[in-house]
Design a binder for this molecule. Structure first.
Ligand code: FES
Length: 125
């Protein structure tokens, strides 16, 4: 596992969180995370990172569509690769403390393993 050691050593941030803030035109007739407060979720995360004086080790960025739009707001925490769906403002503190600082999973926010099949089913209707 030499490559894992290489990447962990080269990482600028210990944790990097991508919050989908994609805004989709209402006429597109498809959901988007921005319409479900994802910008506020990211700002709350940034506030907690600053409050914890972790801005040199943890970074939260806006991202474009992560392709789970119907289950948004969506965020992903790297390098572990934890995906969370249907995130609400009230979840952010728990995500920060449990998952970002302590690498624990919050089961209720994890997508089911067949989520992409569900996304495709919803989009085909
Ligand atoms: S708009 Fe957020 S996952 Fe697609």
């Amino acid at each position: 596992m030499v490559w894992i050691k290489y990447f962990l050593k080269k990482m600028i941030y210990k944790k990097h969180i991508f919050v989908c803030t994609n805004l989709r035109d209402k006429q597109k007739n498809r959901e988007c995370c921005s319409a479900k407060n994802s910008d506020l979720i990211r700002l709350e995360l940034v506030k907690l990172i600053k409050k914890n004086k972790s801005n040199t080790t943890i970074r939260s960025n806006k991202s474009g569509c992560l392709n789970l739009c119907e289950f948004g707001p969506v965020l992903v925490i790297y390098p572990i690769g934890i995906w969370y769906i249907k995130v609400e403002i009230k979840d952010v503190k728990e995500i920060f403390e449990k998952s970002i600082l302590n690498n624990n999973i919050i089961d209720r926010l994890i997508p089911k393993s067949n989520i992409l099949r569900e996304v495709n089913r919803l989009r085909s209707n």
